[in-house]
Ligand binder design. Structure first.
Ligand SMILES: Nc1ncnc2c1ncn2[C@@H]1O[C@H](COP(=O)(O)OP(=O)(O)OP(=O)(O)O)[C@@H](O)[C@H]1O
Length: 368
C-alpha cells in the first residue's frame, strides 16, 4: 500500500497543496506549528473517514474557507485508487472512490489502511480500559468484517438495554424485553471475545518482540486479554464462549435490575499491559510508556500485513522525542517495509539516515 500523491485545498493551514511521495520513506521536517501533523491527519482521514484528533469535520476546514478538499492517489492490491473527500461547513461531507460516490467511510477503508502513531498514543498505556478497547476495535473492524458487524450490533443492543434498565422504574413492563436482549448480546458478545482473544494473542507476541529489541533486551512487555470472569478460556470455541457468557449474564440479572445499569460484559474488556511484571499504567517511565505504545502500533502493522499480505502505510508523528539515542535508532531500523511517513523537528537529522524523500513544511506549504 502506498500513497502516490496527495492534494489538499483549504485543509487546516494548507491553502492549495500537491505533493508526490516516495514509495518507502518520507521524512517531514518542520518547526512547531507549521503543518506536519496536519499532513499526516489528511492521510489518515482519507484512509478511514475519521480524524485521529478532530472532533468535528468543520475543525479541519481552513479558518477562512467555506470548504476543504482532500484527494489522494494510492496504490493498493496492485491497483491505483483515487479517493476524494469534500468537507463543508453546515452540510454533510461528500466522498468518492475512483469517482464513484461513497455512501460511508467503509468505502474509503477498503482502499488503503494506515497505522498512525503520535505522542498522544501514550493514552494506550496510561488511560482506562476504553482506550485499549478502542484500539482493538479499530484494528479488528478493518481486518474482520464479521467483527465490525457484531460490534455494531452489540453496541446497538447495549444502548437499548441501558435505556430499558434506566426507564424500568417508571415502566416495569419494559423488563419483559430483557431476556431477549440478553440472549442477543450473549451471541454477539461471544463473537467479540473470540476475535479479541486472537488479536490480543498476536499483539502480545509481536509487541513483546519489538519492545524487547527496542530496550536492548532489558525489558519484557506482556499483554494479556481480560474479559468477563466466567469465561475461563477466551480461546475456546464460540459455542463454549456463548454458554459461559450466558451464565455470566444470568448471574448478573438481579444486580442489573436493582442498579438499573448494564453491568459486566465484553463492553468492559481490557488489555492488561505489564513491563517486567509491573503494571505499565502505574509504574512505567515516560520513555518506557512510549516504547510500549510504539511496540503495540508496530505489532498492529504486522498483524495487518500477515492478514492481507500488504503493509499498511505507517505514519509516525514526533516519534523520536523522549527516546534515548539507542531507542531512536531501533525505531528507525525497525520501520522499514512498507511506506513510512515520519515527522521531526528541523534540527533532528537522524531520520535522514533512512534515505527516501525529504520534505520541509513551513506555514502550511510543503517543499520537496
Ligand atoms: N482549521 C484550521 N485552519 C487553519 N489553520 C489551522 C486549522 N487547524 C489548525 N491550524 C493551524 O495548524 C497549525 C498546527 O499544525 P500542526 O499541528 O500540523 O503542527 P506541527 O507542524 O505538527 O507542529 P508540532 O511540531 O508543534 O507538533 C497551527 O498553527 C494551527 O493554528
Amino acid at each position: 500500500m502506498q500513497i502516490l500523491e496527495l492534494e489538499l485545498q483549504n485543509f487546516r493551514n494548507y491553502g492549495s497543496q500537491r505533493a508526490a511521495f516516495d514509495p518507502n520513506c518520507n521524512v517531514i521536517f518542520g518547526e512547531n506549528a507549521q503543518g506536519k501533523t496536519n499532513l499526516l491527519e489528511a492521510i489518515v482521514y482519507l484512509s478511514c473517514g475519521k480524524s485521529p484528533r478532530a472532533r468535528t469535520d468543520r475543525e479541519m476546514i481552513g479558518f477562512d474557507a467555506a470548504e476543504a478538499v482532500l484527494e489522494s492517489r494510492a496504490l493498493s492490491r496492485d491497483r491505483e485508487f483515487r479517493t476524494r473527500v469534500e468537507l463543508y461547513r453546515g452540510r454533510r461531507r461528500k466522498m468518492w472512490v475512483n469517482q464513484v460516490p461513497a455512501k460511508n467511510s467503509a468505502a474509503l477503508s477498503q482502499v488503503y489502511h494506515t497505522v498512525f502513531f503520535c505522542p498522544d498514543d501514550l493514552y494506550l498505556i496510561r488511560e482506562g480500559a476504553a482506550a485499549r478497547r478502542r484500539f482493538m476495535d479499530t484494528a479488528l473492524c478493518q481486518l474482520r468484517p464479521r467483527y465490525a458487524a457484531a460490534l455494531a450490533e452489540y453496541h446497538r443492543l447495549y444502548d437499548h438495554k441501558t435505556r430499558i434498565l434506566r426507564d424500568s422504574e417508571e415502566r416495569p413492563d419494559l423488563l419483559e424485553l430483557l431476556p431477549d436482549f440478553n440472549e442477543r448480546m450473549v451471541r454477539f458478545g461471544a463473537v467479540l471475545i473470540h476475535y479479541r482473544q486472537q488479536f490480543a494473542e498476536a499483539l502480545a507476541r509481536y509487541a513483546a518482540r519489538h519492545h524487547r529489541e527496542c530496550s536492548g533486551g532489558k525489558e519484557q512487555l506482556e499483554i494479556a486479554y481480560q474479559t468477563v470472569s466466567s469465561v475461563t478460556d477466551p480461546a475456546a470455541d464460540i459455542e463454549v464462549l456463548t454458554e459461559q457468557l450466558r451464565a455470566h449474564m444470568e448471574s448478573h440479572q438481579a444486580a442489573e435490575r436493582a442498579s438499573r445499569m448494564c453491568l459486566s460484559g465484553p463492553h468492559k474488556d481490557d488489555l492488561i499491559i505489564t513491563i517486567d511484571g509491573r503494571e505499565a499504567k502505574s509504574f512505567s517511565s515516560q520513555g518506557q510508556t512510549r516504547t510500549a505504545a510504539l511496540a503495540m502500533k508496530l505489532a498492529e502493522r504486522e498483524i495487518y500485513q500477515n492478514a492481507t499480505g500488504e503493509y499498511p502505510v505507517l505514519l509516525l508523528d514526533d516519534v523520536l522525542s523522549e527516546l534515548d539515542p539507542r531507542r531512536q535508532e531501533f525505531v528507525l531500523n525497525r520501520i522499514a517495509g512498507g511506506q513510512v511517513f515520519i515527522t521531526c523537528c528541523e534540527d533532528d537529522r537522524l531520520p535522514v539516515l533512512l534515505g527516501g524523500k525529504v520534505f520541509h513544511v513551513k506555514q502550511g506549504t510543503i517543499s520537496g
